[in-house]
Design a protein around this ligand. Sequence first.
Ligand SMILES: Cc1cc2nc3c(=O)[nH]c(=O)nc-3n(C[C@H](O)[C@H](O)[C@H](O)COP(=O)(O)OP(=O)(O)OC[C@H]3O[C@@H](n4cnc5c(N)ncnc54)[C@H](O)[C@@H]3O)c2cc1C
Length: 345
Amino acid sequence: MLDSLGPLSVRPLHAPKLIPWLTRFARSGTPQETERISRALSALNARVYEDLIPLLKDIGLSGELRSHGALSVYESEEGYARDSAEWECKRSRGVMVQEISGEEARRLEPSLGRIVCRAVLMPQWSHMNDPKRLVHGIRESLLRNGISLRQGDVTRIEPGPDCVSLIFDGGHRISTEHAVVAAGAWSGVLARRLGEKALLESERGYNATLPNSGVVVHRQLIFAERKFVATPMSCGLRIGGAAEFGGLNARANFRRSRALVELARRYLPDLETEGGTYWAGHRPATPDSLPVIGASPRHPRVFYAFGHGHLGLTQAATTGRLIADLIMRKLPPIDLSPYDIGRFN
Ligand SMILES: Cc1cc2nc3c(=O)[nH]c(=O)nc-3n(C[C@H](O)[C@H](O)[C@H](O)COP(=O)(O)OP(=O)(O)OC[C@H]3O[C@@H](n4cnc5c(N)ncnc54)[C@H](O)[C@@H]3O)c2cc1C
């Protein structure tokens, strides 16, 4: 954990602030909790195509979803054996998993080197060609439909009996019928200002996008023992991973992006690494890996939609649909109690 380039790292200065989160995280690791959490995650994940595909069609971006599956690859039998409980859990939740040999993996992905001795194919998996195009597409579609967008830092939320006011940095105020706090890893600060207990940390991740990688990859590759992935996108091969707990204001350490590229070469020996662009982002992490989706117990006009950790893109359309149901007073299609903010009290 203290290796700043390892898959999981904690910045020492931030460690004391992590104690409440880590305490809750430890409690989430019991067999009963794991069962409950995986059930609640799978209730969301089972819906994601149902909610995402019509949205993509609406905004004219159906072609951005690439449904080619994903391949989790192993460099040792021991690594594969260590993950057996995870695969069993996924199978029990309806995830299709197909165990294949290293040779079979290379037949599917000829760029993989000899290091791969085992793999697991997940045919239901999809990836987006480029998340940035998705965000732009959604914005354009909102504007075309007469929605006005205002960019700015909300410093305060003031709920009242008839409306809720958002106060922006600089003093500008907007009053609305409802407000949804969907500010990613920064949502904890806003929720706490509203009097809620919210255990949310930044789990920072890094990536490198190689526009001329020199290798052909057909589907997302997951390097299971080293906890990182390579995804073929329209803008290049994106190599991403790392879980760094250092708070929202720590400087990014882009040596991590470079380290991921070097690691990827172990599996993709012909990988060309010149000309990469590097990026770091804050994953909003709850200690039980479940997002917060639901109404504020204190302020009926305020709703929460944050804490999606590693799955924020995957679960975004579903979360949007669930929040819309709540605001429109429709019965949501799944039980939302596991995602209630009150669980942190
Ligand atoms: C390296 C990496 C790889 C990832 N890979 C995947 C993946 O393969 N699949 C997947 O599903 N997910 C993935 N994720 C996770 C995903 O990116 C996040 O879960 C997702 O971005 C969270 O979405 P969000 O809208 O809640 O928050 P964000 O995307 O962080 O957006 C929050 C927005 O709120 C704004 N904001 C913050 N505070 C305020 C304020 N006070 N006032 C106004 N605006 C504010 C921020 O500026 C930001 O624009 C990955 C993340 C990382 C870092």
